[in-house]
Ligand binder design. Structure first.
Ligand code: FES
Length: 242
């Protein structure tokens, strides 16, 4: 995959180079490597109401789509506070800093739900990738509290920025950058940090996505304004987890 540089999205959806210093408080990598900013989207529930952090069930994986209307992401409220920043490394050797989630405990986190190994992802029919709660069991890892891709038994630790901790996957899951408007209790997605797999995803799953979104071009549309957020079990008919 090509090394990506820092980009900022203007209102038109056009990606242009921008200085990392222009994004206040969101400087993730010194040179902006592996960080892309997109139009900010409000996370809303199935009724179109803003997702409230206090109303999220702990350790239940939610699905929303960002930055494209066809790229699924997980939203997870973890059971413990996250205070540490985590330095992560891509398989190509680039390092970047993950700053945790949002909320008072920084424990509401979001990641691309496209597996960094071979792109397994949730779709309306089934999902071989899910979050296994702390007390849960998986063949992929010796304990729960991890995102597990059961296609080839990879595990990712959401407390460590979805770093790969077991299996074939080498890259962390890409992080979705969240912003929290505390005064209004609103959560926004605003960027992607890490080695996202969108290009390969749109190429490999072109027929399925074209079918589901009427055309491959429509599937690539960027999310505007808001993005619906539902539990994984409501999004897909079957969750397969080993
Ligand atoms: S596709 Fe996820 S582990 Fe292989």
């Amino acid at each position: 995959m090509q090394r990506r540089t820092f980009n900022k999205v203007l209102g038109s959806g056009l990606l242009v180079a921008a200085s990392p210093s222009l994004i206040k408080g969101l400087l993730f990598a010194n040179d902006g490597t592996l960080f892309a900013s997109y139009e900010r989207a409000l996370l809303v529930d199935e009724k179109g109401e803003p997702v409230r952090l206090g109303a999220l069930a702990t350790e239940v994986p939610y699905v929303f789509h960002y930055p494209h209307i066809a790229t699924p992401c997980f939203l997870i409220k973890l059971p413990e506070p996250l205070k540490q920043e985590v330095a992560l490394k891509s398989s190509s050797g680039e390092t970047y800093l993950w700053k945790g989630g949002v909320g008072k405990e920084k424990n509401v986190v979001a990641f691309s739900a496209i597996c960094s190994h071979a792109l397994t992802h949730p779709n309306p029919e089934d999902s071989f990738i899910t979050y296994v709660p702390k007390g849960g069991q998986t063949m992929a890892y010796d304990k729960g509290g991890v995102v597990v891709c059961s296609s080839h038994l990879s595990a990712f630790d959401p407390k460590q920025g979805a770093k790969s901790v077991a299996g074939e996957a080498k890259d962390p899951l890409a992080s979705i950058v969240l912003e929290y408007d505390e005064a209004n209790d609103k959560v926004y997605a605003s960027g992607v940090l890490g080695m996202e797999m969108f290009h390969q995803y749109f190429r490999i799953f072109r027929p399925q996505l074209a079918d589901r979104f009427q055309s491959a071009r429509k599937a690539r549309q960027l999310v505007k304004v808001s993005t619906a957020t539902v539990t994984l079990s409501a999004f897909t008919k079957e969750i397969i987890q080993y």
